[in-house]
Design a protein around this ligand. Sequence first.
Ligand code: 13P
Ligand code: SF4
Length: 342
Amino acid sequence: MTSSFSLPMAGDPEPIDIPALSAEVRELAAQRDAVILAHNYQVPEVQDVADYVGDSLGLSQRAAAVDNAVIAFCGVHFMAETASILCPGKTVLIPDLDAGCSLADSITVPELEAWQAEHPGAITVMYVNTTAAIKALTDYCCTSSNAVNVVEHIRREHGEDVEILFGPDMFLGAYVQKTTGHRNMHVWSGECHVHAGIRPSDISEVRAAHPGADFLIHPECGCVTSVMEYVAAGDVDAEGVHMLSTGGMLDYAQEAEREHAGGTVIVATETGMLYPMRKAAPDVTFIPANRAASCRYMKMITLPKLRDALRDLSPEVKVAPDLAAKALVPIERMVAIGPRRD
Ligand code: 13P
Ligand code: SF4
C-alpha cells in the first residue's frame, strides 16, 4: 500500500484566460459532438464549463445515458475507463492520462486473485476506484453513494451469512460493515492518500473551533471510524453527522440553503468539493476539515488540457473489448443500484 504522505498534493496553477478558454472549449465541444462530464473535485473553471458535474455514480449513469459521439471526461483515469466500458462505441477523452488515483493503485490483480483464492465462493465487491482489470474480477462495483445498498442487495440475493470481500478502501469498508452489521465481510486495507490524511485530530480541532456545526464526512476519510465512535459514545450528536458521497454533500448543500441559511457546516473530503457547495448554498458557511486535502490527480485536469483534448481528440481512454465485457457486469450492477441519501 502507498504511504499517505509520499504522494503528490495540488500545486499552484498557471495563470490562464478563463473566459477565452471556456468559450473555445464550448465551441470545440459543439464541433466534436462532445459532452463534458466533470467530477465534483475538479477545479472551478472546469466545473463551470462542463455539461454535467457529479459524483462517481452520477457520472457513470450520465455517461451510460448520453447520445454524444464523444465524452470528454474531467476526472481521474478509472472514471474515464468506466465510461469507456459503459459506452464502447464512443470516444472517451481524458485531458491528462497521468490523472491516476492512489486508491485504485492500492490493489493489484495478483493481490486480488490471491485474496479470492483464500475465500472461494465469496462475493467480491470493489469500490469503483479500481482499474478495469480489477473490475473484471469483481462481482459488484459500488461507489460511496451506494456501497451500503450494494451490500444489502447482496445479502437479500445470497443470504444473510454470505461471505463478502470488500475493497480496496478500508475506511469505506469499516463504515459499510458498521452500517449494515454484516459480520462475514473481509475488508482490504487500501486507502486514498487525500482522505486518509483527514485524521481524527482534524475533527477534534475543527469541532472545538465550531461547536454545534454539522459534519459532512466522505466515507473514505481516515476520521470515519473515530467519528462513528464519537457518535456511539454520545460525544457528537448523531443528528448533525452525515456520511455522504460527494453527490450526497451537494444535495445536503441545496437543502441547507433552504433550511439552515446562516449555519456552519464542516466538510471532510477533498477541498474541491467546497466550490460546488458554496455555489449551491451561498448563505451557508462551509469549512474544510483539513485545508491540505487536495487531490493533485484531480487537479491535473485544466482548461488548456481540456481544450487540447477536444481539438486533437486525444488522449483517448479505451478498454480492450474482452476486458471491457467482463468489467461491464459489476459496473452495470452498480449503476442499477441507486444512491443512499442519509
Ligand atoms: P464520489 O463517488 O463520492 O464522488 O467519490 C469519488 C472519489 O474519488 C472520492 O475521492
Ligand atoms: Fe483517488 Fe483519493 Fe484522488 Fe479520489 S481523492 S481520485 S480516491 S486519490
